[in-house]
Design a protein around this ligand. Sequence first.
Ligand SMILES: *Cc1c(COP(=O)(O)O)cnc(C)c1O
Length: 350
Amino acid sequence: MSFNIDNITRENVKGLRPYSSARDEYVSDGSEMVFLDANENPYENGVNRYPDPQQRNLKGILADQKGVGTDNILLGNGSDEVLDLLFRAFCEPNRDNIVTLPPTYGMYKVLAGINNISNREVLLTADFQPDVDAILKAIDGQTRILFLCSPNNPTGNSFSADGIAELLKNFQGLVVIDEAYIDFSEKTSWATELSNFPNLIVTQTLSKAYGMAGIRLGICLASPQIITILNKIKPPYNINELTQQRALERVSDKGRVQKEVSAILKERANLIAALEEVDFVGAVYPTDANFVLVKVDHATDRYNQLLGKGIVVRNRTTQPRCGNTLRFTIGTPEENNKLIKVLKSLEHIG
Ligand SMILES: *Cc1c(COP(=O)(O)O)cnc(C)c1O
């Protein structure tokens, strides 16, 4: 049996036609037009008009940069909206299921709950890799989406390409590879493999390396077939005008993004070296992201000590396979130096 999008699309979604907005219904030939179609206030202030519902300018640049077509792209109000659209298009509430691989990003489970989809959890192996055999066993005829996060949050490592390829080939539902941290990694994006795997969906975001968490822009890369279905159910104006403008400016200035990423990677190496010198640090896990997971002696006590010194980190101790771990985001050199200085000064516990 091979992948067939019709087998996994919700019946109600198959019959939908996208909301047709005023600006969707005519094609500009470049001539000056008078817009009396959308009940906007006609006085110009930069945002008095509805935004482009298909974000054509932004998608044009992103398509060039990522080596895909504009029909391979859907943009969301953060990747969280993209993920939610996937549930609403492909998972029938109270019937279908998804598979996730803890310890991982918490939103897959939250969205499964919101959409009333059961979440089958298959733990990562001890070295934080997908357990391919166990995943294939957990999958059944109602499994619609397998979520892979690579580089994975909170562990930081990338998943083996062979393991991912095996899952793509042997699962007849959608494989979502969440690449929120791909710009910090030396690995190539799975977006280059879209034409080889019809069931592949890659999500990316401007929230991390691009430094734009505040504007909320998530990117979904998939086959035109999948994108067409998502376009049927997305809110027509989900990417507001200010977000489109700021995102365009930023992605057009890739040199600046790359400089910041290089600085963060250099700091990451420094921070890892310094963490290995801290006496209560038991392990610093390998990372391809802009954070590092660290095993300590008493995670919750260390977390509270750091809070007392004005430093907020992420305590991951309750996550499976993450007992007594803290996750540190790479900050500026000043922030990282403060973290190290404070860590080295903390009182002994126990
Ligand atoms: C931060 C993060 C995101 C980003 O979500 P946005 O909604 O785009 O801000 C997505 N996936 C993972 C794994 C993340 O850590």
